[in-house]
Write a protein that binds this ligand. Structure first.
Ligand SMILES: CC(C)(COP(=O)(O)OP(=O)(O)OC[C@H]1O[C@@H](n2cnc3c(N)ncnc32)[C@H](O)[C@@H]1OP(=O)(O)O)[C@@H](O)C(=O)NCCC(=O)NCCS
Length: 162
């Protein structure tokens, strides 16, 4: 049985180790990390998934960002331990987070990732939203949590300042 809980400070290094295992070395050099520097992840939305023995099976984090005058959630990283991949856990983490984001009043979510995976959750390419370079524009994807929330939103994604 897998249980989702919101990430706590004591989970931090275990989650980092999972990300190190699941992503290529140097992941923190990616431009999306510059939007996370010195900004805390969104409390309550960043979650860990543990099995019945308490072993970490997956994790998802969210950061707040701005695009022009609009706020958005930046999804990622999301990762599932290699021994648990393909069992639907990634989908559970993403769908549950979208539900929680909606309950918390967020309107829109974005990420940098593989469209062939994320399209099943309703993500589509954001043609007019620019991540810090170098980012492949085809990997900049968005999901309207509230219908039409990405309509008219364009420009550069900026680090959260509030
Ligand atoms: C991507 C990831 C989170 C998915 O988690 P998961 O629990 O394995 O995913 P699910 O079980 O919900 O879905 C599995 C399906 O997604 C597909 N899939 C997984 N990664 C994919 C990708 N990058 N592109 C396209 N399809 C992908 C699988 O082929 C499988 O397809 P099927 O349903 O047709 O069999 C996980 O594989 C992972 O941690 N990968 C390494 C880290 C990573 O790439 N994170 C995403 C960064 S953008």
């Amino acid at each position: 049985m897998i249980e989702l809980k919101s990430e706590q400070p004591e989970d931090k290094w275990e989650v980092e180790a999972l990300y190190d295992l699941c992503f290529a070395p140097g992941r923190e050099a990616l431009s999306s990390y510059r939007l996370r520097d010195d900004v805390p992840p969104v409390a309550g939305l960043s979650q860990v998934a543990r099995d019945g023995d308490g072993i970490l099976a997956g994790a998802i984090r969210f950061w707040p960002v701005h695009i022009g005058d609009h706020d958005a959630l930046l999804l990622g990283p999301v990762a599932v331990h290699p021994t648990r991949q393909g069992e639907g856990l990634g989908g559970v983490l993403i769908r549950d987070s979208v539900d929680k984001a909606m309950e918390s009043g967020w309107s829109r979510m974005m990420l940098v990732g593989d469209f062939p995976y994320y399209k099943r959750f309703g993500f589509a390419q954001l043609d007019r939203v620019e991540m810090p370079p170098p980012t492949n524009p085809a990997r900049v994807l968005g999901l309207a949590i509230k219908p039409g929330a990405w309509d008219g939103v364009s420009g550069q994604v900026r680090r959260w300042q509030r």
